[in-house]
Write a new protein. Structure first.
Length: 169
């Protein structure tokens, strides 16, 4: 995510440290966040810290079975929505009496197009992917990094946490 008016290079500079040193590796984001929050509570310049997710893995959650009925219904619904959108745009340039006929005809055409397009796309897969799913890339470890000139002070402050984190260097 970037701030409006920022160049990509300026955005990249926000996500880097000149000479980062590791303060610790945590099994979950909450642990890394707790460490940085502790530093913040102690008036540490946390703008010199980064939390980096490491050991990435892709997780795919299967959400359901994909059937011809679901494919055709999904195609029909998306086609109707597209047809309604196109119909509304066309009706801006038509007469007020023809608005409903324009809307109905574009929605019908959209429905037919959506069903045909969805059926063609599903037929091409030949049953190789008969399920729906959502995917997400997640980190399995979170490392807290700090600019080298603040590392010693940060380690001293983190050592004050009950059962302090296992610090790496």
């Amino acid at each position: 995510m970037s701030t409006p008016g920022m160049t990509p290079r300026a955005g990249q500079q926000l996500l880097t440290l000149q000479y980062p040193m590791s303060l610790g590796v945590f099994d979950d984001y909450a642990g890394a966040q707790r460490a940085v929050d502790h530093l913040s509570d102690k008036d540490f310049p946390v703008e010199n810290c980064m939390i980096v997710g490491t050991e990435l893995k892709q997780v795919e959650r299967v959400t359901g079975r994909l059937t011809w009925g679901r494919i055709l219904l999904g195609g029909a619904l998306s086609g109707v929505w597209l047809g309604a959108f196109v119909g509304l745009i066309f009706s801006l340039f038509g007469t007020s009496e023809s608005v409903l006929s324009i809307l109905a005809s574009t929605m019908l055409f959209g429905l037919l197009f959506g069903v045909a397009w969805a059926a063609a796309g599903y037929a091409v897969t030949r049953g190789r992917r008969d399920f729906t799913s959502v995917t997400q890339v997640v980190a399995t470890k979170y490392e807290v990094l700090v600019e080298h000139r603040f590392a010693e002070r940060a380690r001293e402050l983190l050592a004050q946490i009950d059962g302090g984190p296992s610090l790496t260097g």
